[in-house]
Design a binder for this molecule. Structure first.
Ligand SMILES: C[S@@+](CC[C@H](N)C(=O)[O-])C[C@H]1O[C@@H](n2cnc3c(N)ncnc32)[C@H](O)[C@@H]1O
Length: 315
């Protein structure tokens, strides 16, 4: 079943499922996007630092492997803080470039647009849409090669089926000259992975609890945020960090805008996010299953995060 495109439908379906769940895309309202930006600055959230290090050192190499005149498109751009290294490398090589950030969050797109507002050499065309809608909306001039970026290990927040479905969609949009840049977090010891999603200042907890705040505001509900706790665990078999909101007591909540009443037992959880952590085998299977051929990979000094340059395989 495809993911609902309204919060009301997502909550109706997810909160009446057993176990309860909701897709992590709904975490990103304006406040959620600002909180995510704060998360990227936390000492525990190593993902951003590792990937930034890769771009700082290898952005020119990435660009050198793309044809002249390449423009950049980015899925789930967020505030585009790391993307600036890729755009600077494109500018160094070709003087100017075009950038198309795609994101469901207006706040994230505003941050991305603002970042390059004073730079005449970067023409920004934001698209407020989901990944698949955004890809469909892109006009394609075959004469202009594209680099489609999907970084920050956002791929890891999707189910394995959704990861494959999206990468196949990207593959369909890749012409011979186009390239795809994918950032993936790598499997490592459990401790740093758990702290990245449950930091000491409680920002990641605020981020997941914000889902209930959003449901209160947009769907006229009365969730008591103090009656839920942010909980994370690593599932070895899935190779994913799972984030949950756990009910701290038996409770019944009315969600008026969708005419739904939901009951929670003490200790019952809502699954709000997965963050898959990749091994070489998982990555090789992912690329083989989706028709993508790896042209290069870069890894940070600690071996914690990897960025891959891919092209459509010859079929
Ligand atoms: C984990 S953040 C990564 C942001 C940024 N790329 C980075 O590396 O820091 C995911 C971003 O994707 C956006 N997003 C999540 N689900 C989406 C979807 N289905 N379609 C479009 N954007 C989505 C969110 O609004 C958010 O800005």
């Amino acid at each position: 079943m495809s993911e609902p495109d309204t919060l009301g439908e997502a909550v109706r379906r997810g909160f009446t499922a057993d176990p309860k769940r909701v897709n992590s895309r709904w975490l990103y309202d304006d406040r959620g996007s600002r909180l995510f930006e704060e998360i990227t600055e936390l000492p525990e959230y190593y993902l951003t630092d590792c990937e930034r290090e890769i771009f700082r050192e290898h952005a020119d190499d990435v660009v050198d492997r793309c044809p002249p005149g390449t423009e950049l498109v980015e899925l789930g751009a967020g505030s585009a803080e790391k993307t600036r290294h890729l755009l600077s490398a494109l500018k160094r090589r070709q003087g100017s470039t075009t950038y198309g950030p795609i994101d469901i969050s207006r706040e994230a797109l505003d941050m991305a647009v603002q970042r390059f507002a004073d730079d005449d050499a970067i023409e920004v065309h934001p698209i407020e849409a989901s990944f698949t809608e955004g890809l469909a909306k892109l006009g394609h001039d075959p004469a202009t090669p594209r680099l489609i970026a999907f970084i920050g290990s956002s791929i890891g927040n999707m189910t394995p089926e959704a990861q494959r479905s999206l990468l196949r969609e990207v593959r369909r949009h890749l012409g011979e000259e186009d390239r795809f840049l994918l950032g993936t977090d790598l499997r490592k010891d459990e401790a740093p992975m758990l702290s990245a999603y449950d930091d000491s200042q409680g920002v990641t907890a605020e981020f997941t609890l914000n889902l209930l705040r959003r449901v209160n505001r947009e769907l006229d509900a009365e969730f008591d945020l103090g009656a839920f706790e942010h909980v994370v665990r690593f599932d070895e078999e899935k190779s994913a960090i799972e984030s949950y909101l756990e009910s701290q007591r038996d409770q019944t909540i009315a969600i008026d805008a969708i005419d739904l009443t939901v009951t929670f037992d003490e200790g019952e959880r809502i699954h709000v996010e997965d963050a898959y952590k990749y091994t070489d085998e998982m990555l090789a299977a992912l690329f083989a299953d989706t028709g993508l051929e790896r042209r290069a990979s870069w890894i940070d000094e600690d071996g914690w995060f990897a960025v891959h340059l891919l092209a459509a395989d010859e079929r």
